[in-house]
Ligand binder design. Structure first.
Ligand code: ADP
Ligand code: MG
Length: 420
């Protein structure tokens, strides 16, 4: 029976040839012994042939995936925290054959301290909350079942490093600081985030910057043909190639402020519809799909974006899975391939006790029922964040990325995830 011939169904083939990448350093450093104790026999009994690869250093998984002969594999699974899957996804999407490569089913077994995607997969399967080794066993069974779903990926642009792809989160402020500062409590496993949260609460900070986003419309969940869907676009300079707009072409969604204040809803100004200019796909030379909703970071926003009036935050968090950690249910209604970024931000001025209540509510998936006046939640398809302070931390899937202006666009169902 030929495998890896480009035909990939929504179920893993049997027998299945799985690359299983285990990070011996993740979490409490127990991934390998957890594999021996729980996973090896489970996979063998389910007829899942797997090749165990122990990662030796950071970016080892990324390099292996970039070079792999994908016709030899039916799935790529990691046993670690979310960080190792981040390497695999980005390894796949920097291959010249990325379009085929990103179709290979990827999977995750929780072996780290940040196991958000594993907890999300368990949640999507309808299971009641479990933690630690129970979560691992659940994910092991789901992996053996071998059902595959499309998974959204979000492309992330920063100023000077290449575009990245993210499956989980983009964070700035409180959440990003806790994630990185708590790495020193890694030996505590998932409890590291609780410890980090308490420490950060004691020295609560305000983060200044500008946030803007492209809201989801009613048809957010249906694929938008961007090429044939001219969006309102504003520009300070009259373009000789763009015909002057007829007044009735002015959108009924008047622009909010753009970052550069170049766009007004007043008809006497240059507010007009235009095709997204070709340079919108600033990264077409690199592998991966074009970002049709984004303009380059140094240009004003497209004018159908909303600009958040507040410029002082305690946190900004974009999520595209249900969980941010094993016991952090940030977006309980999120699904794996809805083409939506769940954007949360907390405005400055929130009290420590109210913020603590938010984090406690998150454990129960009840963030929005707190009715916190400082918490804002909205569904978006793309966003841009421009921090004002010269130093800080931005994380993507829990990994530190270049600090500075950042923007993101969701690509619905771009990857494939083993969800069971
Ligand atoms: P955790 O949830 O514990 O943070 P991750 O999967 O996020 O686990 O892994 C943390 C980091 O460890 C990743 O950035 C990964 O590149 C790196 N890594 C992978 N293998 C090794 C290794 N053998 N030694 C040290 N670091 C490694
Ligand atoms: Mg990590």
């Amino acid at each position: 029976q030929p495998h890896g011939d480009g035909v990939r169904t929504n179920e893993l083939p049997r027998p299945c040839r799985m690359m299983l990448l285990v990070n011996p350093q993740s979490g409490k450093g127990q991934a390998l012994s957890l594999y021996n104790r729980h996973i090896q026999q489970m996979l063998n009994e389910a007829g899942v042939q797997h090749t165990l690869i122990i990662t030796e250093h950071q970016n080892h998984a990324r390099e292996l995936v970039r070079e792999a002969d994908l016709s030899q594999w039916d799935a790529m699974v990691i046993m670690s925290g979310d960080g190792l899957l981040y390497e695999v996804i980005n390894g796949l999407l920097t291959r010249p054959d990325w379009e085929e490569a990103v179709r290979i089913p990827v999977g995750i077994l929780p072996g780290g301290s940040g196991n958000a995607l594993a907890a999300s997969i368990h949640h999507y399967s309808g299971g009641s909350p479990v933690f630690g080794e129970d979560l691992l066993i659940s994910c092991g069974f789901l992996l053996c079942k071998g059902l595959v779903s499309p998974m959204d990926l979000v492309s992330i642009h920063v100023s000077s490093t290449p575009r990245m792809f993210s499956f989980l989160s983009l964070a700035w402020g409180f959440v990003a600081d806790v994630d990185i500062e708590s790495e020193k409590y890694r030996h505590a496993g998932a409890a590291r985030f609780t410890m980090g949260t308490l420490v950060r609460l004691a020295s609560l900070r305000i983060y200044k910057g500008k946030l803007a986003y492209l809201p989801c419309t009613k048809d957010c969940n249906s694929e938008r043909k961007v090429k044939n869907d001219p969006t309102l676009h504003c520009n300070n300079q009259t373009s000789s190639t763009t015909p002057p707009p007829a007044l009735n072409q002015v959108t009924d969604t008047p622009s909010k402020n753009s970052f550069h204040n170049s766009c007004h809803s007043n008809n006497s100004h240059q507010v007009h519809r235009t095709e997204n200019p070709p340079h919108a796909n600033a990264t077409t030379a690199a592998p991966g799909p074009p970002d049709s909703l984004l303009l380059p970071l140094d240009q004003p926003l497209p004018s159908d974006w909303e600009v958040v009036q507040e410029e002082q935050f305690v946190l900004v968090l974009a999520m595209y899975q249900s969980h941010l950690g094993e016991d952090m249910v940030t977006a309980p209604d999120a699904t794996v391939d809805e083409g939506v970024i769940h954007l949360y931000y907390v405005r400055a001025g929130i009290s420590r006790s109210a913020l603590l209540r938010l984090f406690l509510a998150m454990e129960k998936g009840a963030l929005l029922s707190t009715n916190c006046q400082h918490l804002v939640y909205t569904k978006v398809r793309a966003l841009r964040l421009e921090p004002h302070s010269p130093k800080g931390i931005i994380t993507v899937d829990g990994e530190v990325v270049e600090y500075g202006p950042v923007q993101a666009e969701v690509h619905r169902g771009l990857a494939r995830l083993i969800t069971g």
